[in-house]
Write a protein that binds this ligand. Structure first.
Ligand code: C6P
Length: 410
């Protein structure tokens, strides 16, 4: 399949918005879904909707097989050692909150240090901020380099024997920076700290290997990687997940319940209380098949070309500021920018009138906006269905918005 054919697999992209063919440049917020994902969910509800791990009836067995089959696909996708290390959650935010509540608040103590960066999404910042407050731990920030990257020298300077937990995003949803998480994990482990990687923006675009990265925890959202909303992954090394207290108590996660005490199922079910997100997991499994069929390396290469092209084209616009590292190997497939005299929300509105979808705002990264010294930015994010023509439309739209505001302001 070439990339033009790939786009045809996404039914939603075959439409006009405000009279123009849609140009979807907001995949970092959520990606579009290919036909096979929509059909997999449809087939579950049409043909074998049933609860899992309960009944012995045929539909129940089919649903259980499909649900557990999806777990196996996730395990292979991130190269985990075993399926016991794959917990289905609602998404990255839930996964990170589970780690904060069931690991950090349980096993860190007063005076311990938690190390993060100022480029974190709120979902990879507030859980640690709140956990630190609750247990009296100290939240510390690794300083960012001027180009919006994390330097290993600064990691080494920031970490010490009190550091017990490091949380870092693999790819920044604003700067696009790809952080050297493998090297950071090595430094963390040399100091006896546990490392948690927010892979919300890397799992859709980069080939992941949790054993090679040697991260202890990883959080992923299905909806950013061609899967449905409401499904995510918490990866954890088995010994750490085993140590964690359950996040939710109730059905599904118990082994034996007595009047005054209960015992839990083994991993991963101990951490999946209640009826799980069955359709979501099945849809995510189909998304993984789809991405793997194309190949994560092919997707990465395509996005690298797009982001380079976008850099060239956008840089040529007078009065534009582009944030994040310029070297293609240091960044993922998105470009965040501001245009003189045009508020990002106005820009997004004008682009929308031409059928172009971008995101504007603080992108759930207020501390990063502070570091950038702006209140908001515009962001165009690319995925496997985008093309250079989409970027040409973006550039045309930005020029139109700029011209409009220049006329209004003079
Ligand atoms: N970023 C964006 O437009 P959830 O909402 O749980 O699926 O993902 C949260 C999250 C965590 N970490 C990073 C790095 C993220 O980018 C996101 C989601 C979206 O940038 C929505 S704010």
């Amino acid at each position: 399949m070439n990339f033009r054919e790939i786009k045809e697999e996404f039914p939603i992209l075959n439409q006009h918005v405000n009279g123009y063919p849609i140009v979807y440049l907001d995949s970092s917020a959520t990606s579009q879904k290919p036909r096979v994902v929509i059909e997999a969910i449809d087939s579950y509800y049409n043909n074998f909707n049933s609860n899992v791990h309960r009944g012995v009836h045929t539909l129940g067995t089919r649903a259980t097989d499909a649900y557990e089959g999806a777990r196996e696909k996730v395990k292979n996708f991130i190269n985990a050692k075993e399926t016991a290390e794959i917990v289905f959650t609602r998404g990255t935010t839930t996964s990170l909150n589970m780690i904060a509540q069931c690991y950090v608040m349980e096993f860190l103590k007063e005076g311990d240090e938690i190390l993060i960066t100022q480029m974190e999404h709120h979902s990879n910042l507030i859980p640690w901020q709140q956990a630190a407050k609750k247990i009296g731990a100290v939240l510390k920030y690794i300083p960012l380099s001027p180009n919006g990257t994390v330097d290993l020298i600064d990691v080494k300077k920031s970490i010490n024997s009190k550091t017990k937990f490091v949380a870092i995003t693999h790819v920044s949803n604003v700067l696009g920076t790809i952080n050297p998480v493998k090297e950071i994990a090595k430094v963390a482990h040399q100091h006896g700290a546990v490392i948690c990687v927010d892979a919300a923006q890397s799992a859709p675009h980069l080939k992941l290997d949790v054993q090679d990265l040697d991260c202890d925890f990883m959080a992923i959202s299905g909806h950013k990687m061609a899967g449905p909303t409401g499904i995510g992954i918490l990866y954890g090394k088995k010994d750490l997940l085993n140590k964690m207290t359950p996040y939710e108590f109730g059905g599904e996660m118990i082994d034996f319940v007595d009047l005054y005490d209960s015992t839990w199922k083994e991993l991963p079910w101990k951490l999946e209380g209640g009826t799980p997100i069955i359709a979501g997991a099945i849809g995510l499994g189909a998304a993984i098949d789809f991405l793997e069929q194309i190949g994560l390396d092919t997707i990465r290469l395509h996005e690298e070309k797009l982001v380079n092209y976008a850099f060239q084209q956008l840089s040529a616009i007078e009065g534009i500021s582009i944030y994040g590292p310029k070297q293609p190997e240091q960044r993922s497939g998105l470009i965040t920018f501001n245009v003189n005299d045009v508020h990002p929300h106005d820009l997004a509105t004008i682009l929308d009138s031409d059928g172009i979808a971008i995101r504007a705002g603080h992108h759930c990264c207020q501390p990063l906006m502070k570091w950038l010294n702006v209140s908001a930015t515009a962001r165009a994010s690319f995925y496997l269905y985008n093309s250079e023509e989409d970027i040409d439309s973006l550039v045309k739209g930005i020029k139109k918005a700029k011209a409009y505001f220049e006329t209004v302001l003079t």
